[in-house]
Write a protein that binds this ligand. Structure first.
Ligand code: ADP
Ligand code: MG
Length: 641
């Protein structure tokens, strides 16, 4: 059994201390890490009142020796690290010896712990960091830490805590990420009496994937296994059609530790580059195993940001592995379904890649937690799903750019047919060059050609224009939808056939609370069981668009908002932001990349641009057009000299 020793000041000071218990979720993270480090195979987390009222983490790990129980609450007492050299080789998750004392200092804390072979356990009761009582207790092998009244003595800290719902979401997220990093451990998270996360610890990343992202995405998900001289990775990724507008579906772990990593993220995005549009992100669980000395885990103690000594290598390796997996999986004949049944033949390739199992101690599981069942439940929701093929490749489907643009066609006839090359001055063009005014699109502008199926080349008497057709169309739709919503309010569009959308258990609660606020925009969804919603009506501006994808985007936005850290906005502003986002999303769904346009269609688009308040930037602030004036051209060609 490891002895707990006090870190030398030198080492202690070499490790950036940082605040350990920033919010309830950080306390949960520390307690879960301790349980993992203790070799637990079952970890159960229970919280109430956003974690402020109660956090309880129970594990079946090795327990703490009776004579060391108090020592565990002394700052920089850790059994896991003696020197900086150890730090470099670090296999365990915790190593600062600050978590227990920090949590105990700001709460009422009870610890019950029993070593496997001990006859009984020890119960320790702490308040604000000092021991109130210690006594022998009967308890199962392992450790249970119960934290109540978190931040009771630090009111300033309480002020930083967001809504209880937000804190709960963060807590479930912590458990979910821990579970994804260690599929071999059974995890459960209960929030206010309801199970929000449950994985059976069957060692399969696919199982975790299904719980994290739902059975629909899991059914067609692809597996990824790759080995490199220094790294091996295994992962599960969803088909591109499940992409989201946020990064919330990128889950990474390195050597059994949930992490954020620029190299891994960029690698995944690169690997998907040809499959999903810019600005959207895939769903992927990725585990990487490597020599700990190649990873710097201390870049950001709280935020889990890590850096590899060879960032570029990792990025390229991951990108290649993801691209390969996609290529192999997207060939229709070879679509590899993730099987939910334990499958021996499947293990062969996988075994070559060492699963990132870090803890060596694997005590036999004496099940006081009984996981298993809920994961099954996940799969049973399969009957709710529409066939994946029905939604398949929504992104790849051509959308008629102008079907939602009746105004454009009306204006086509009024378009002058000849290019007015002779006119020397054009008021609109002149205004365009005035830097400070809102420039208008010159009225006499005509399309000349489309290049790269992406840009419109146009001209008027005094300038050449390169126009980004997507950005331009987005701008047109944005202003139209916005004006419509402002003038006529938000109308709702009832769906003839209600749409059922399955959501992961942990997202259900968030969405169920949020759905009230969507009603005024015409989006009406109702819970269907506890893992799905039925969509009854949608904002009218979604007419003709991919409604399923838009609803999923709204859901994903809401979940991301809930987990977002910098959302200090009042409710009116939040509403306006929402409204804006609905409009923007609608526009994006309407615009299609790589679409061939006729000259007439291009002229129509230019014409509608010219009616806009601000034709030269898209709603995201990117430019829609580049202008080369006659003067600029003359200067470039040295004609004016
Ligand atoms: P660290 O994890 O950085 O070592 P902590 O303050 O989190 O520091 O924990 C202090 C010590 O208490 C650990 O090193 C470990 O020996 C012991 N400990 C804490 N939680 C558990 C647990 N759930 N099971 C067994 N031992 C534990
Ligand atoms: Mg710890």
């Amino acid at each position: 059994m490891a002895q707990i020793a006090v870190l030398s000041d030198l080492v202690a000071n070499q490790i950036a201390a940082g605040e350990v218990v920033e919010r309830p979720a950080s306390a949960v993270k520390e307690l879960v890490e301790n349980a993992v480090d203790a070799g637990a195979t079952e970890i159960s987390v229970r919280v109430e009142g956003g974690g402020l009222a109660l956090i309880e983490v129970q594990d079946n790990g090795m327990g703490i020796a009776p004579q060391e129980v108090e020592l565990a609450f002394i700052r920089h007492a850790t059994s896991k690290l003696r020197t900086l050299d150890d730090l470099r080789r670090l296999g365990s998750l915790g190593f600062r010896g600050e978590a227990l004392p920090s949590i105990a200092a700001v709460s009422h804390l009870t610890l019950h712990t029993r070593m496997r072979d001990a006859e009984g356990g020890v119960g320790l009761v702490m308040e604000g960091g000092s021991v109130l009582s210690r006594e022998p207790v009967g308890c199962p092998p392992g450790t249970r830490v119960t934290v109540t009244d978190l931040f009771f003595n630090t009111p300033a800290r309480l002020k930083f805590v967001r809504s209880l719902q937000t804190e709960s979401s963060h807590i479930v997220d912590v458990v979910a990420k821990a579970a994804a990093a260690r599929p071999d451990i059974a995890f459960r998270a209960m929030v206010d009496g309801r199970t929000q996360w449950s994985t059976p610890g069957d060692g399969r990343l696919e199982t975790v994937f299904a719980v994290a992202f739902g059975a629909t995405a899991a059914r067609t998900a692809l597996k990824l296994e790759a080995v490199h001289a220094d790294y091996s990775i295994s992962g599960v990724l969803a088909l591109p059609e499940f992409s989201r507008a946020q990064r919330t579906g990128l889950w990474f772990s390195v050597n059994g530790r949930p992490v954020r990593s620029q190299a891994l993220q960029n690698g995944v995005v690169d690997g998907f580059a040809h499959a999903i549009p810019k600005g959207r992100y895939p769903l992927i669980l990725l585990s990487l195993a490597t020599d700990p000395s190649l990873v710097d885990v201390n870049v950001h103690p709280g935020k889990l940001e890590i850096r590899f000594s060879e960032e570029r290598d990792v990025r390229e390796f991951v990108s290649q592995a993801v691209a390969d997996a996609l290529q192999a999986g997207m060939r229709p004949a070879a679509v590899k379904m993730v099987s939910h049944e334990p499958n021996d033949s499947d293990g062969e390739g996988a075994r070559a890649v060492a699963p990132p199992v870090v803890a060596q101690a694997r005590p036999p599981s004496s099940s006081s937690i009984a996981p298993g069942a809920p994961a099954r439940q996940e799969y049973r929701t399969a009957s709710l799903d529409r066939e994946a093929s029905q939604i398949a490749f929504a992104l790849a489907q051509p959308i008629d750019v102008f079907s939602s643009l009746p105004l454009v066609h009306e204006t086509v006839e009024t378009q002058p047919t000849a290019v007015e090359t002779g006119s020397a001055t054009d008021g609109a063009t002149a205004e365009l060059r005035g830097a400070d005014t809102h420039p208008q699109m010159p009225v006499g502008i005509r399309a000349v050609a489309q290049v790269m199926q992406m840009y419109i080349v146009a001209q008027d008497a005094d300038a050449v224009y390169l126009i980004d057709q997507h950005a331009a169309h987005e701008r047109v739709l944005y202003e139209r939808f916005r004006d419509e919503a402002a003038q006529r309010g938000w109308l709702k569009l009832d769906l003839l056939v209600p749409l059922t959308i399955e959501v992961p258990v942990r997202e259900f609660g968030i969405l169920n609370l949020a759905r009230e606020q969507w009603i005024e925009f015409g989006l009406i969804v109702e819970p269907f069981g506890e893992q799905a919603f039925v969509v009854r009506s949608v904002p009218h501006i979604w007419e003709g668009l991919d409604i399923e994808r838009l609803v999923k985007d709204v859901f994903a936005d809401q979940v991301a908002d809930q987990l977002g850290v910098d959302k200090e906005i009042g409710s009116t502003r939040a509403m306006r932001a929402w409204q804006d986002r609905l409009i923007m999303r609608s526009c994006k769904a309407a615009v299609k990349a790589n679409q061939k346009l006729s000259l007439m269609e291009m002229d129509a688009l230019l014409q509608s641009l010219s009616t806009l308040q601000n034709p030269f930037t898209c709603p995201h602030g990117r430019p829609t057009a580049i202008v080369l004036t006659r003067q600029q051209l003359e200067k470039e060609f040295k004609r004016s000299l």
